[in-house]
Design a binder for this molecule. Structure first.
Ligand code: FUL
Length: 479
């Protein structure tokens, strides 16, 4: 009788202890909202610079361009979205209003819009056509609306901020459906003697959140996501999604570009980096630049240095004067897609056996092979280092290691390295890096091995990993 009682007590204790370990780790520090997680999972989006500059060849129009200059001869937004979808993009962001102030929709707040142009006798609306095309092709729709306005006579006066809010309202108020991202450009080229506008950023952000609660707001400093600090397509090799935003604002008041490039570990605000870069030398289409559309090699490098470095890629592919994506650009996008599919279609870690200390069965090491994002490995509380060994399903040859943290619980890993097993049975280091974040793709020499060891050397809290995969890239030359 007594021994039964003991057995019961031990059993209950055992169940309680294991149940305790099965609890997910507490979130660490600043964490993304569900909207920010969904945004990061989009990975690649299309940027479309389109407006009077498409017709004048300027990069920054001065706002005096006659409205009639905007006259696409054959606008077809379904051609943009079909191209984007086939290339693997999940959303499209259009320059609804660039710095020249011209509105691609009939904004009631301006007399410098499609409504004043000869295009479709003033009856056209690019935002309507694009938002409908996005919905039809299963893409999310986003807008760039420049605060700097070289046409609006109110710019530089107290009236401008309220006018800009009404401009936002006419785009975000519902006419064009859900908007997944609002892009606020911090650029202003007025110079020291130009008009000076003190922007009411809190009011602008509140307006976006009020009308589009799910929209992620881009600016140099967020609040939704941040500029990566350059227009070359390169996020920091160390790249934290957290950023210290206290005392900073978009434009001249933003943190130094190196900080934007790498984020701030453990900072109190989540604003992952977005890498915006153009497929052409300029942001707008120009016939003379068609021979300089980026090569597949350049696009792969950008992919590795953006998506592969915990950033979202916003690739600009500007429509031409017809209002279509140039055949050279769309062909290049298809080649880029084909290259990505060739490289990433075959995960060489599939079929591996993974071992390593976990915080319980629910968070077992083997979860890193499961592509379901919400199934992840996690270390026990207080453990800031870890070692996960993957015994591969036979000898495998690879040169790319893909790792993903489970970011809803925060970004934790601060340093890691990767070893492979040599034929002599020793471990040999092939990569040493710092951050992982939502997605990290490490480029290594081409190696053949039967086992891989991921060693987490430092973390801000007990680490998580939701994915580890191995690939062989025979297309992108690192030399
Ligand atoms: C910059 C702008 O000044 C460029 O014209 C372009 O729109 C780029 C994406 O952002 O700040």
């Amino acid at each position: 009788m007594r021994s039964y009682t003991f057995i019961n007590v031990y059993f209950v204790l055992f169940v309680l202890l294991t149940a305790g370990c099965q609890k997910a780790p507490e979130p660490y520090g600043a964490c993304p909202t569900p909207q920010q997680v969904a945004w990061q999972q989009m990975e690649m989006n299309l940027f479309c610079h389109f407006g009077p500059n498409t017709f004048t060849g300027a990069e920054w129009g001065d706002g005096t361009e006659p409205e009639d200059i905007f006259n696409p001869t054959d606008l077809d937004c379904r051609q943009w979205t079909a191209t984007a979808r086939t290339a693997g993009f999940k959303g499209v962001i259009i320059t609804a209003k660039h710095h020249d102030g011209f509105c691609l929709w009939p904004s009631p707040e301006s007399l410098h819009t499609v409504a004043q142009s000869q295009w479709r006798n003033g009856g056209g609306d690019v935002l309507r056509e694009l938002s409908e095309a996005c919905a039809a092709d299963g893409l999310r729709f986003g807008v760039y609306i420049s605060p700097w306005d070289r046409n609006d006579p109110r710019y530089g006066t107290p009236d401008y901020n309220a006018a800009f809010v009404r401009t936002l309202e006419s785009v975000l108020g519902g006419t064009y459906g859900p908007v997944y991202e609002q892009w606020f450009d911090g650029a202003c080229g007025e110079g020291p003697t130009g008009r000076r506008q003190v922007y009411d950023w809190p009011l602008f952000n509140e307006t976006v959140h009020r009308l589009q609660p799910d929209a992620v707001i881009f600016s140099d400093v967020g609040p939704g996501c941040r500029w990566v600090g350059n227009e070359q397509g390169s996020a920091g090799r160390t790249n934290w999604s957290t950023l210290d935003v206290e005392g900073f604002e978009p434009g001249a008041g933003s943190p130094p570009t190196e900080v934007l490039n790498g984020g701030t570990p453990g900072a109190s605000h989540w604003a992952a980096a977005e890498t915006d870069v153009s497929i052409r030398p300029g942001w707008f289409w120009r016939e003379s630049e068609t021979p300089r559309v980026k090569s597949v090699q350049q696009l792969l490098q950008i992919y590795y240095e953006s998506v592969g470095r915990n950033s979202l890629l916003l690739l600009n592919v500007p429509p031409d004067t017809r209002g279509r994506i140039d055949a050279v650009d769309s062909l290049r996008l298809m080649e880029f897609r084909a290259a990505l599919d060739t490289i990433f279609d075959c995960d060489l870690a599939e079929g591996a056996t993974v071992s390593g200390v976990a915080r319980g069965r629910r968070f077992a090491a083997g979860n890193i092979l499961d592509p379901v994002y919400d199934r992840y490995w996690a270390a026990p509380d207080g453990q800031l280092t870890a070692s996960l060994t993957m015994e591969l399903d036979g000898p495998k040859t690879f040169n790319r290691i893909l790792l993903q943290e489970y970011i809803p619980l925060g970004q934790r890993i601060a340093a890691f390295h990767v070893d492979i097993l040599t034929p002599e049975g020793a471990w040999q280091e092939i990569a040493r890096e710092t951050t992982v974040g939502y997605k990290r793709i490490v480029l290594t020499p081409t190696v053949t091995t039967t086992a891989v060891r991921i060693l987490i050397d430092d973390a801000l809290a007990c680490p998580t990993l939701t994915r580890a995969a191995l690939f062989l890239d025979t297309i992108y030359c690192t030399k």
